[in-house]
Design a protein. Structure first.
Length: 344
């Protein structure tokens, strides 16, 4: 693809997200969501593969359906109240908007499109879909959080955490596993939305950093979980760093990934929702299992086919410089929990 066209598409992707994030009008927010969808479609179909074309069509249909639901809800709100403000919602339109945003985010039970789309794109595009593309819908959810139904949100968060853990157990493709990981993390994020908006912000920032640190080392080397061990021929430190980021993504102390889960469980317990806290904690155990399985195949085993392989890393370094910063942040931010929680 022409670099100028690619730069224009990426600029449009960023600007459309910012339009939605800064708008207070439903129609302007809807325009930003539509521009966001149209900007990411060429990136999804860039590889010119049948799977990429299939992923593009599925992504377009799902996003267009969700945007249409949001537009319908905004028209009903304007008809009933005479105003287009996002914060001015009715119970019926709030439920419709919530379902549309859950469909856009890939929250269970509207999650079936998400692993299939990620499976048909490159790892870098999957990183964009898993991180940046979630900002605009989450902003709409953030603005309307005062009108959201807590029971519905907690139920969707728990269901998403359960399905994200169970669905990833029998997967062998790296991108499919990361898709179900994202679904499970979105469940924790939706749960945090009910408790505290500032906690939601901290959880989202931590999730984006951890996901980027996990995707970037694997971008050019792996398609299945058995390929992960072969990355040592390209960069000896990559398997070690990837193992640490995977364990952090699973939420084990003393790594950064433990911070948002710890704070969410603290908020649930202090609110009196002990049952929900116990269930969502148990729902994270299947996710932890496949993270540990990935970490085991990454660092603790060496595939037989790599024993006599030439050390490519001596001649061709492949990792970008910002990968180091992302991995360090994913590993070492837990001591800053109190500071981050009070400033977000």
């Amino acid at each position: 693809m022409n670099p100028m066209i690619w730069a224009m598409l990426m600029t449009s992707l960023m600007i459309s997200t910012l339009i939605t994030m800064t708008s207070n009008h439903w129609l302007l927010a809807w325009i930003g969501l539509e521009l966001n969808t149209l900007s990411i479609l060429p990136a999804i179909m860039k590889s010119h593969h049948p799977r990429a074309a299939e992923a593009t069509i599925k992504y377009f249909l799902i996003q267009a359906t969700a945007a249409t639901m949001i537009l319908l809800a905004s028209i009903i709100t304007a008809w009933q109240t005479g105003q287009w403000y996002i914060s001015n919602t009715t119970p019926t339109t709030t439920l419709l908007t919530t379902m549309a945003i859950m469909l856009k985010l890939g929250i269970a039970p509207g999650h079936l499109w998400y692993p299939q789309v990620l499976q048909g794109v490159t790892m870098n595009t999957a990183l964009i879909i898993s991180t940046w593309q979630k900002l605009a819908p989450l902003t709409l959810l953030y603005i309307t959080h005062h009108a959201l139904n807590p029971t519905t949100m907690l139920s969707l968060g728990l269901l998403s955490a359960l399905i994200g853990g169970w669905g990833g157990l029998n997967q062998t493709q790296t991108r499919a596993i990361m898709a179900f990981s994202s679904i499970a993390h979105m469940g924790w994020l939706i749960t945090a939305m009910v408790l505290s908006p500032s906690l939601t912000t901290l959880t989202m920032i931590t999730y984006m950093i951890m996901t980027a640190a996990t995707f970037m080392p694997l971008a050019h080397t792996t398609k299945t979980i058995t390929d992960i061990g072969t990355t040592w021929t390209l960069s000896p430190m990559t398997p070690t760093a990837t193992m640490i980021t995977l364990v952090s993504l699973g939420g084990l102390p003393p790594l950064t990934g433990f911070m948002p889960k710890w704070l969410i469980l603290k908020e649930l317990s202090s609110t009196g929702l002990i049952t929900i806290a116990t269930l969502i904690l148990m729902a994270s155990l299947p996710s932890l299992f496949f993270y540990i399985r990935l970490a085991y195949l990454t660092m603790l085993t060496v595939p037989p086919t790599t024993i006599n392989t030439e050390h490519k890393w001596r001649f061709k370094p492949t990792q970008p410089m910002h990968t180091t910063l992302a991995i360090a942040t994913t590993t070492l931010m837990l001591p800053l929990t109190a500071t981050l929680y009070s400033t977000t």
